[in-house]
Ligand binder design. Structure first.
Ligand SMILES: Nc1ncnc2c1ncn2[C@@H]1O[C@H](COP(=O)(O)OP(=O)(O)O)[C@@H](O)[C@H]1O
Ligand SMILES: [Mg+2]
Length: 150
């Protein structure tokens, strides 16, 4: 099963992410891919809003990971663009079991390290303000989540 959702501005992408996060569970893994400027960070902002995080969310390209811990369920925001495909050198796989939500930008560059059960989101840029989100759940929890909110 695959879901295709079109957003026509940034606020609709924030809303989509908030809908998904409304069904959150610990160790939820959200894998984001799509070109630079497609909306991976905007989507992650939507997750953060839903979690009650009021810090500014920026792409953690240089830090690779940013942790937002001051809330009930933490957000672990990764951007693995500069990692050249190996996450174990930084021990990033530990975050998959820390009871937070994990959002991974450029997840398609590290597929062999990703948990089998996860939500895959590929973002396609249609024009300046239009994005198509192709959302694919892997595993029962993620299938149920998609059925509930999409
Ligand atoms: N429908 C949309 N959804 C998300 N972002 C959009 C949309 N339309 C325009 N944008 C703009 O596209 C850019 C996406 O940037 P960003 O989320 O940082 O991309 P990425 O993290 O994928 O490199 C932002 O400037 C945002 O305002
Ligand atoms: Mg980004």
């Amino acid at each position: 099963m695959e879901y295709k959702i079109t957003t026509r501005d940034e606020s609709q992408t924030l809303e989509l992410a908030q809908n998904i996060a409304s069904e959150r569970f610990p160790n939820m893994i959200i894998c984001l891919s799509g070109d630079l400027g497609s909306g991976k960070t905007v989507f992650t902002k939507g997750l953060a809003i839903s979690l009650g995080i009021d810090e500014i969310i920026t792409s953690p390209t240089f830090n690779i990971i940013k942790e937002y811990n001051a809330v009930e369920m933490p957000l672990f925001h990764m951007d693995v663009y500069r990692l050249n495909g190996d996450i174990t050198t930084l021990g990033l796989e530990e975050y998959f079991n820390k009871d937070g939500i994990v959002a991974i930008e450029w997840a398609d560059t590290i597929t062999s390290y990703l948990p089998k059960e996860r939500l895959e989101i590929k973002i396609k840029v249609i024009d300046e303000d239009t994005r198509v989100f192709v959302i694919k759940p892997y595993g029962k929890q993620y299938e149920d989540l998609c059925e509930a909110v999409l």
